[in-house]
Design a protein around this ligand. Structure first.
Ligand SMILES: Nc1ncnc2c1ncn2[C@@H]1O[C@H](COP(=O)(O)OP(=O)(O)OP(=O)(O)O)[C@@H](O)[C@H]1O
Ligand SMILES: Cc1ncsc1CCO
Ligand SMILES: [Mg+2]
Length: 540
């Protein structure tokens, strides 16, 4: 078979493993089930098979690949690929050097390379377009098919760094597939999040092993995977993600929805915040539950209008946090993430990054230090959980908020005297290859909320954490037709207005705390956003 290499379809790339075949199936039958239902590329990867059997297997698979007009790639064994005249090979960083592989195979074969970091992209770019045709970008997530993983998983942010390097070094010919720990529960998130910073490219395909090779019904499994990859909308919350500019009317509608739906807001939050957050949630007509019980997260997530606030100020066991993220993502219920003290210590940085890799968040909220650090615009460590006192200008904070929104395809909120909110959800769009069609962080909708200086808001503990409770309550209370951006903006406007009102009624920080809850209660129940004192400005 002669392939025009540029026409190869990388979208659903099946890698074999004969050690995981279910009873009653063969390598051949599983590959055929995949090919019949939408696999576009096959790689034989058999780490423990003797040469003789490997060749026999490869010849069998080659026949079936030819029948479906799908290229066959051989992992590592250049000799086997040459012996059977396969369509290409895939090699790792420790295998035969690429220039030698190309010399042996000639110009027309497909060569794939495993890549995990930007410096490897620099190397392939120096070789030019005649060497590497595609890269396997990984390892994305933990996986059982790598027996001795040398590196820790890179997550979507690691893949973004590789895509950025391909753009930087102008390796436009090189295609990409995500690899490692990809399953139906994370494929759409990976397609949506793994977009180069310039918006010009996303992954060209998803490669996987076990979801087809180990599937008792590989036909049905492939149909499901194919459908998932072809779907261009990633509906990670069951409400509207379409772009909007919030108005008093739309915010009034959000509050009416929250009032009638009375969301259950599960708080996994720090000890300092728990009582305050529960009372703020109640003031907003919602039901708080402060729970860190791992075995009940799935049940809680399935309660109508459940919403999760995940605040890492002081933390539950990591397995519990992961289970909670999984449970809410699985049923498309919103998660509001507050990475408290993100850059204060290495431990916090590592923990929060692990959680960010692990799921899709409806909203990521932080103070200016946290958001600047997440956006990589400031490398100063925080002193504890409070925002630094350094003056930051509005343009910089808006930019940081947009960057965080873009990187995590979320609604990002940056708090301080002025609050910034950017919508990076792209209406839930997720597309292979073309990314965000060139739209970058700077192009994202962004608003600024202000109400004059209210320094006393920073003088009580967990005021930012309770803004998290307010956001979680609003996004959880939406109808399926309600808009996510409206809900987040509405929550921040309400909170800022309540802060101002409370500051005029209080006598010091102790009574401010009480007055803030009273003001939230009053403003929420009146539901007259057209009268609120905080102002909303379009920043972009
Ligand atoms: N100087 C200020 N003027 C007006 N509003 C402020 C000011 N400082 C903070 N706020 C408001 O107070 C709330 C908390 O913001 P802050 O940036 O202090 O969060 P945080 O540091 O994460 O809080 P915490 O960790 O104490 O929970 C936000 O609603 C923010 O808008
Ligand atoms: C004081 C404090 N310490 C950990 S979390 C928290 C609440 C404010 O972020
Ligand atoms: Mg603070």
């Amino acid at each position: 078979m002669v392939f025009a290499k540029e026409d190869v379809n990388y979208s659903l790339y099946l890698v074999t493993d004969s050690t995981m075949l279910p009873p009653g199936t063969t390598l051949y039958s599983q590959v055929e089930a995949g090919l019949k239902n939408g696999v576009t590329l096959v790689q034989i990867r058999e780490k423990d098979t003797e040469t003789g059997s490997f060749i026999e297997e490869a010849l069998d698979v080659q026949k079936i690949c030819k029948k479906y007009n799908v290229p066959l790639i051989i992992n590592d064994r250049i000799d086997v690929a040459m012996a059977i005249d396969a369509d290409g090979v895939h090699v790792g960083q420790q295998d035969m050097p690429i220039p030698m592989v190309r010399k042996l195979l000639g110009p027309s074969k497909i060569i794939g390379w495993s890549v995990g970091k930007p410096s490897e992209v620099e190397t392939l770019a120096k070789w030019g377009p005649d060497m590497v045709d595609y890269i396997g970008v990984g390892t994305l997530f933990p996986t059982l098919t790598k027996k001795n993983p040398k590196k820790s998983p890179m997550g979507p942010q690691g893949a973004i760094a590789v895509l950025d390097a391909l753009e930087e070094y102008k390796a436009s010919w090189c295609r990409t597939v995500g690899i490692g720990g990809l399953h139906p529960d994370n494929i759409q998130r990976v397609i949506s999040q793994c977009v180069a910073t310039n918006g010009k490219r996303s992954l060209d395909g998803i490669s996987l092993v076990s979801d087809i090779m180990a599937a008792p019904d590989a036909c049905a499994a492939t149909v499901r995977l194919r459908e998932m990859i072809d779907r261009t909308k990633y509906q990670f919350v069951d409400c509207e993600l379409n772009e909007s500019f919030p108005t008093a009317v739309s915010i009034k509608s959000v509050i009416s929805q929250v009032s009638s739906n009375r969301p259950l807001v599960q708080h996994v939050t720090n000890k300092v915040h728990q009582n305050f957050g529960a009372n703020v949630t109640l003031a907003l007509g919602s039901s708080p539950i402060m729970s860190e019980i791992q075995s009940e997260v799935s049940e809680l997530a399935r309660i109508p209008n459940a919403s999760l606030l995940l605040n890492t100020g002081s933390v539950a066991p990591i397995e519990m946090l992961k289970a909670a993220i999984n449970a809410y993502n699985e049923v498309n219920r919103p998660i509001t993430f507050d990475p408290v003290g993100y850059s204060a210590t290495e431990t916090r940085l590592c923990l929060n990054n692990t959680l960010l890799t692990y799921g899709q968040f409806a909203c990521i909220k932080g103070n200016s230090s946290e958001i600047l650090f997440l956006a990589k615009l400031n490398n100063d460590k925080m002193k504890g959980v409070d925002a630094g006192s350094g003056k930051n200008d509005d343009a910089l904070l808006a930019r940081a908020t947009q960057i965080v929104a873009f990187k995590y395809k979320t609604i990002a909120v940056c708090t301080g005297e002025h609050d910034f909110i950017a919508d990076g959800t792209f209406g839930g769009e997720c597309k292979l290859s073309s990314g965000t069609a060139g739209v970058t962080a700077e192009g994202l909708p962004c608003v600024m909320i202000e109400n004059g200086s209210i320094p006393i808001m920073g003088d009580i503990t967990a005021s930012g954490c309770s803004l998290g409770s307010t956001i979680a309550s609003f996004v959880g209370g939406l109808d399926p037709t309600g808009n996510l951006f409206d809900a987040v903006v509405g929550a921040v406007l309400l909170y800022k207005t309540a802060g101002k009102l409370a500051s005029t009624r209080c006598q010091g920080s102790g009574s401010f705390h009480v007055q803030l809850i009273d003001a939230l209660y009053q403003l929420f129940h009146e539901n007259k956003p057209e009268k609120w004192s905080a102002s909303l400005k379009k920043f972009n």
